[in-house]
Write a protein of this length. Structure first.
Length: 173
């Protein structure tokens, strides 16, 4: 079975309610390299970007993971079954798996107001995609000092820098 690592990150302009999501899909063996062996130019060239509008930071994080999973699913359908680990610094995305039982038990409604949660459709799509693809979500400590980074943190820092650059300079489609 093929194994892959998917790195996702976002950068948002809250005043404009728009942002850029980015992902990097690499073979899982790539995260076994030494941090100093990671080629920044190769990583930067492989990152995919998408601009989102009418969004918030929480919504953008989930939208970006879903977009990346949709693209992975399309690629995976043409090849052998694959194992996927998603690396993100998003507490929301990481926490969704732990919150799933409670969200479903309350039918995605707020405990206080009883109103449907704003991101219900995204949460349901996330759970469905994770179930179908067997996704493992892993929390990355974002914004760590360069001298203390392991390989995963090094790769993630490149994705983080590129997505911020894309938002600032408008490089994303």
């Amino acid at each position: 079975m093929n194994s892959f690592a998917l790195f996702t990150d976002v950068s948002i302009n809250p005043q404009r309610r728009s942002g850029v999501g980015a992902y990097l899909l690499v073979p899982a063996s790539y995260v076994e390299l030494a941090p100093h062996d990671i080629d920044r130019a190769a990583v930067s060239a492989a990152i995919r970007f998408k601009r989102f509008t009418d969004t918030s930071s929480t919504k953008l994080e989930v939208q970006t993971v879903l977009w990346a999973l949709e693209n992975f699913r399309a690629e995976a359908e043409r090849s052998a079954p694959a194992r996927l680990r998603v690396f993100t610094d998003s507490q929301c995305v990481v926490g969704l798996r732990a919150r799933r039982a409670g969200l479903e038990a309350n039918n995605f409604r707020s405990r206080r107001s009883g109103l449907l949660l704003a991101n219900t459709a995204l949460y349901r799509a996330f759970f469905q995609a994770c179930d179908e693809l067997g996704v493992e979500v892993i929390k990355v400590a974002g914004h760590s000092r360069a001298c203390t980074r392991d390989t995963v943190q090094q790769i993630f820092s490149y994705v983080d820098k590129e997505v911020r650059r894309a938002l600032h300079y408008g490089d994303a489609p």
